[in-house]
Every structure is written in C-alpha cells, then in structure tokens.
Write a protein that binds this ligand. Structure first.
Ligand SMILES: [Zn+2]
Length: 340
C-alpha cells in the first residue's frame, strides 16, 4: 500500500510517499481502508522528533474509512461498513482500562504516536477502536472529530465539570481543539470568550457560538476578559497554547476558577506567582486525551448533529507536506485532512 512515512526527523522534506507492506490483521482485529485522516499538531511534533517514536514512522491519529476485513473472532461488524476510529491505544485489561480510565493505562498512547498511524491506505486496529458512523457524516467530517472532541470533552466535562452559566475562556478558538471546545461549552449553555489571531478566525469562532472574541495579537487577553465580564472573570480557562498565553490565562481566572490544559504549542516553560494560586484558590488541571467513555459520549452528540465537525481543507495523501505546512503556519480553521 501507499503511505506517507519518514525515516528521519525533520522538516516537511522528510515526508516520503512510498510503498509499504500491507498490514495483516490478527483474529481480534479489523482492517480499515482509510478514506480520510486528519492532521493534528501532534503530527508536526512527531515529524520533528519526539522521544519514544521509532523510525521509520507513519503518522495519523484521526481516521475514517470502510471496513475492508474483519478478524475471525469479531461477529458484529461487516466488510463495507463506514466507520471512524477511537484515536487511542491501550492494553484493555489493566485496572485503569477495566475501570474506564484508559488514559491512565501504562500502555496508553495516541494512535499514530508510539505506533504507526493512518497516513496510508490500510490500518489494522482492535475491535474496540471501531465505531460505525451515520450515512450523513462524510469521511472528512468523521476524521475531523475524534482526537479534538475527545480531548476537549475530557478537559471541559470530565476534568473541569463545566456547568450551565459558567464563563469559559477558550484560547485559540480557530484551532481544532478550540473549535471543539467552543461547541461543547455552548452544549452546556456556558458563556464563551474565544481568542484568535485574525479577523477571519474570530468571525468563525463567533459562528460556532462564541459570545465574545479577543484578538490575542492586538489585545491583552486579561484586560479584555475583565471588560467583557465586568471584572467577574472566568470560571474555566481552556489552555493548550502554553508559554505565549499562560500569564494572561492566569489573570483571566476568577477566584476559585480552574485552568485546564492539554498542550503547550508555543513552548513548555511558564512561571507563576504561587501566592496567586493559593490566595485565589485556583485549580490547575492537566488533561491528556480522554477515555473510551468520553469518546462514546461525545460521539453521540456528533452523530445527533449537536456538535459539528469543522473541516478546513483536504489534500491528497501524497501532498502531506503541503498539509503539514498549512497547519504549521496556522492558516487553517478546523481540521486539515489527508485523503489516501
Ligand atoms: Zn490498560
């Protein structure tokens, strides 16, 4: 089969469109013909080099396609069914897995991170990862949802316990995870303040339901939040930007508020005043992907149409380098897709 694979870490020039061996399924696995695979910032980080990644490597965490072959032990799926994949792998038998906390499994990883992903024509996965999709959902839409919606749901619902009436600051509303977060906040009748880097992205955040927007290049986030909330500030700050916005994110919290983060796209180093943390009784919450419970819960809302995939642009698989560049330059609103 054809795949985008890299044999060394580096810039987009390391992405090679080449022939690799077709995957063979075990008796408890399903073979999926990949129709769409969405990019994430993780793909860029892995391409540049992350510890634990073995070379050569095939990226790709967010997958939609058709079932091409079903293992002997699987009786409830058929060849030809349209499906999307849970974007995670885990052992399935440890205490964490069997109590529904797969993201605490010692073997937990994002699909396509420490194992090969789906920037290719076929992928073999365990039955547990496979979820049939409704006819009205396109492959591009289906591939756009798993990782960002599971991540945002875990952050807002499972970790921050979002409630109706909360005010939530969503950093980078134009990003995949940010556009998922805006929609989940509105599903919970929360008030959303979204930030973005240009007028087009701010307008798109408004269209997704953001009540207020802040241009994070031209305005001070903390000052704007103060004006918008009449000094009430935010119950939850939804972070994934890291170093560039950390100080302003902290300033935007109300006493007792929670800052929840799943990433540090602009850099991992941040400092803060410990007195601020205890005197204001703030909570800092780390969040990594989500559980299979989060996955099934959020997908119900996708399939019912209450939450919507945000597709930016799709590229043929062989043009993966151009797709990486689009994400790298932050030109996208929503998900960038590869079509094998
Ligand atoms: Zn486990």
């Amino acid at each position: 089969m054809k795949a985008i694979r890299f044999h060394e870490f580096g810039g987009t020039e390391v992405l090679k469109f080449e022939d690799v061996a077709d995957p063979k399924i075990r008796k408890d696995q399903v073979l999926v013909r990949v129709k769409a695979c969405a990019l994430n910032h993780l793909d860029l980080f892995i391409r540049k080099g992350l510890p634990g990644v073995k070379l050569p490597h095939i990226n790709g965490s967010d997958v939609a396609g058709d079932i091409a072959e079903v293992g002997e032990y699987i009786t409830d799926l058929k060849v030809g069914q349209r499906v999307l994949l849970a974007p995670m792998t885990f052992c399935g038998y440890c205490t964490a897995c069997t109590t529904g906390q797969q993201n605490f499994c010692p073997q937990f990883t994002v699909l396509g991170y420490l194992n090969d992903g789906a920037n290719c024509e076929y992928i073999a996965v365990p039955r547990v990862n496979v979820l049939p999709i409704p006819d009205e959902l396109t492959y591009d839409e289906a591939a756009s949802v798993p990782l960002v919606f599971v991540t945002a749901w875990h952050m807002l619902v499972s970790r921050s316990h979002i409630k109706p009436g909360n005010t939530v600051l969503v950093l980078g509303g134009g990003s995949g995870v940010g556009s998922a977060a805006i929609q989940i906040c509105k599903l919970f009748n929360a008030r959303v303040i979204a930030t973005g880097g240009d007028e087009a992205k701010l307008e798109q955040s408004r269209e997704l339901g953001a009540d207020f927007v802040i241009n994070h290049y031209q305005q001070k986030i903390g000052d704007e939040v103060k004006k918008i909330t009449n000094k009430g500030m935010c119950d939850i700050v939804f972070e994934h930007v890291g170093k560039a916005t950390w100080a302003e994110s902290m300033k935007s919290l109300k006493p007792g508020g929670s800052l929840v983060t799943c990433g540090a796209t602009t850099g991992p180093d941040a400092s803060f005043d410990i007195r601020f943390l205890f005197a204001r009784q703030l909570s800092f919450l780390g969040s990594f992907m989500g559980t299979m419970g989060d996955f099934h819960e959020v997908m119900k809302h996708i399939f019912s149409g209450e939450l919507k995939a945000v597709v930016d642009k799709s590229f043929p698989l062989r043009e993966a380098a151009a797709a990486h560049q689009r994400l790298e330059k932050s030109e996208q609103f929503g998900k960038v897709i590869l079509n094998p």
